[in-house]
Design a protein around this ligand. Structure first.
Ligand SMILES: *Cc1c(COP(=O)(O)O)cnc(C)c1O
Length: 416
């Protein structure tokens, strides 16, 4: 009975009015919590939906952007549409563009660099867009990421939004993990300019204590969005509000790819009610404080180098061969990224039950392994010098590691 009671399927409003209404309420709460402009909330003329993942949300926004553009240009001009992202943008935008019929050759990956903290600058976009327009192409869609996957970099939303507006491009803000931090006033600034966005997404299933799957997607124009996704088959006319002629209620089937759907709002509602804004801010700040302390310890240890300044919970640092040594210990699992040709280590403090002590333990493990690695290198260095002369040293010293460590009690990663 309990499972039947929980098996709510709010695809049309009439199938579960309570679930559909709760979803509109929690996405508005969530939007307010992260400081989104009013115009992206239901209360301000926009609105939101809970989808399964950012990947799905991206496909839906790309489809809406495409249809909005082609309604003016004519469908035969789809080959002219261009999508812009940076080399740090999540790869799902490339896949999404392909799925909605944008020619792969019209997907532009703009290079970022250390000088902008690996953020996509408005100048770079302007130069690229001006070139395309001169060649008769049509700028369609631009992604601004707040907290990139690899490095936690932030694109300037306002600057990119102004460029997007100049050309009628759809601006999507992907704040998949770092959006959670925006519930704290000290991080709200990263979403400054979101009023210029056509859509914004963030994943409560990442850093917001909500189990898989739950992605919030807000759009400024629900009418434009649902025009690309709505269906109105005969067999639903008698159950949906569409059939009653009263469009006031929301049919979430028109806000996503699939027809039937899950009752995700209950999960987010429980998290919001259980922890409250103050509890959630404390949770985020605890992780950020631990990541900050870790970054300081790494920076103060001359054997390590912090490669990109930390903004949220992700610390990117390097020391050769450390990744394999730590992972083979079985006590922590760390992963890597590559930036400017450097192999880098990443530490993200994001587990629901992660405490400062876990970070201290990991740091002790890293230091111990670092000592082992360096000792081994000193020995092999002496040997190489003895045997082959100094030329060989270079090759050895250039094996640089870049590692990610996720302290993931509630994730698929190995807990520390
Ligand atoms: C994780 C992540 C995604 C993908 O999220 P899914 O919900 O797994 O699709 C997209 N963008 C960024 C910035 C991410 O960190």
């Amino acid at each position: 009975m309990l499972s039947v009671g929980l098996n709510v399927v709010p695809f049309v409003w009439a199938a579960s009015p309570a679930a559909a209404e709760l979803e509109t309420i929690v996405v508005d709460w969530m939007g307010k919590l992260i400081g989104l402009p009013h115009l992206l909330l239901f209360s301000g003329g926009g609105g939101g939906v809970l989808q399964g993942s950012t990947c799905e949300a991206v496909v839906c926004t790309l489809a809406a952007a495409r249809d909005r553009a082609l309604a003016k240009l004519g469908h035969e001009n789809i080959m002219k549409l261009v999508v812009y992202a940076s080399d740090q943008t999540h790869v799902t935008f490339q896949k999404g563009a392909r799925l909605v019929g944008i020619p792969p050759s019209n997907f532009r990956v703009i290079q970022t660099s250390a000088s902008s903290g690996y953020g996509l600058t408005a100048d770079a976009i302007r130069a690229a867009v001006d070139r395309e327009v001169a060649n008769g192409l049509v700028p369609l869609y631009l992604c601004a990421t707040v907290g990139t996957t690899g490095l936690g970099a932030v694109d300037p939303v306002r600057g990119l939004g102004e460029e997007a507006q100049r050309h009628g491009m759809w601006l999507h803000v992907d704040a998949a993990y770092a959006g959670s931090a925006a519930i704290c006033p000290e991080f709200e600034g990263y979403l400054d300019g979101a009023e210029l966005a056509d859509s914004v997404s963030m994943n409560p299933h990442k850093w917001f204590l909500t189990n898989m799957d739950c992605c919030c997607l807000w759009v400024a124009s629900p009418a434009t969005f649902t025009a690309a996704l709505s269906t109105d088959p005969e067999y639903l006319k008698n159950v949906g509000t569409n059939g009653t002629g009263k469009p006031a209620a929301i049919d979430y089937k028109d806000w996503q790819i699939s027809l039937t759907r899950r009752f995700r709002a209950i999960k987010l509602w429980v998290v919001l009610r259980r922890y409250g804004a103050i509890g959630l801010r404390g949770y985020i700040r605890r992780h950020v404080a631990a990541a900050k302390r870790f970054e300081r310890m790494v920076a103060e240890d001359e054997r390590f180098e912090v490669v990109v300044p930390r903004k949220f919970l992700l610390v990117c640092f390097r020391l050769r061969e450390l990744l394999a040594a730590v992972n083979s210990s079985g006590r922590a699992f760390i992963t890597h990224f590559v930036v400017d040709g450097k192999f880098v280590i990443r530490l993200a403090v994001a587990g629901a039950m992660t405490e400062m002590q876990h970070v201290m333990d990991v740091w002790a493990l890293l230091q111990g392994k670092a000592e082992e690695v360096l000792r081994r290198h000193q020995l092999s260095r002496a040997l190489i010098v003895q045997l082959r002369g100094t030329a060989r040293l270079h090759v050895h010293a250039d094996i640089i590691l870049f590692i990610i460590l996720v302290l993931g009690i509630n994730s698929t990663f190995v807990p520390v």
